[in-house]
Design a protein around this ligand. Structure first.
Ligand SMILES: [Zn+2]
Length: 179
């Protein structure tokens, strides 16, 4: 059990993805039909003092359904989830020493023919990026049906990726945001 409390660090791959969060338009349509229930993805990119984050989470993990809300209860569930997702400071928490503040936040619930998911982008401005060397995970407390977050980060120190499982309390980002 103890090992499940630690992120399994994967060897950094040479795969590069654009170190900028792309505009919401269309960027997650490709994701919806290929997503795996239980698995969210979080991409992080640091440029100077700015850290951009992009989360894709299956609707199943967040609200327990994957269709356009059909009634008031489902509408309320989606609105409640969007409200939580707009506040990364409770989901993915940077060390206070990094001095990060939220500069932008956008969350949407998107549906395709067979699936639905949440697409969220955040921008943080961090006064001391070198201190953004770890991140505390509140995501699983907020969304108990979520089981894993695949984290990828790229920044001035390099890149990292990790499969962060439920129960994990923090993720080491020092190989991405070290300086
Ligand atoms: Zn799905």
């Amino acid at each position: 059990m103890k090992s499940s409390t630690h992120a399994k660090l994967a060897v950094a791959t040479l795969t590069l993805w654009l170190p900028l969060v792309s505009p919401a338009s269309g960027s997650s349509e490709r994701q919806l039909d290929s997503h795996e229930h239980g698995v969210s993805t979080l991409k992080m990119a640091q440029e100077g003092k700015k850290i951009s984050l992009e989360l894709e989470a299956p609707g199943d993990d967040i609200v327990g359904f994957e269709h356009k809300p059909k009634n008031d209860a489902e509408k309320a569930a989606v609105e409640g989830a969007l409200a939580k997702l707009r506040k990364p400071e409770t989901l993915f928490v940077m060390p206070s020493a990094a001095g990060c503040s939220l500069a932008a936040s956008d969350a949407e619930f998107e549906t395709s023919k067979d699936h639905a998911g949440f697409h969220v982008t955040w921008s943080l401005i961090c006064e001391t990026v070198a201190q953004a060397s770890s991140m505390q995970i509140g995501f699983f407390d907020a969304f108990p049906d979520a089981k894993e977050v695949e984290v990828e980060a790229v920044g001035s120190a390099g890149q990292m990726s990790a499969e962060v499982e439920k129960g994990t309390k923090s993720v080491d980002l020092s190989s991405a945001f070290g300086n």
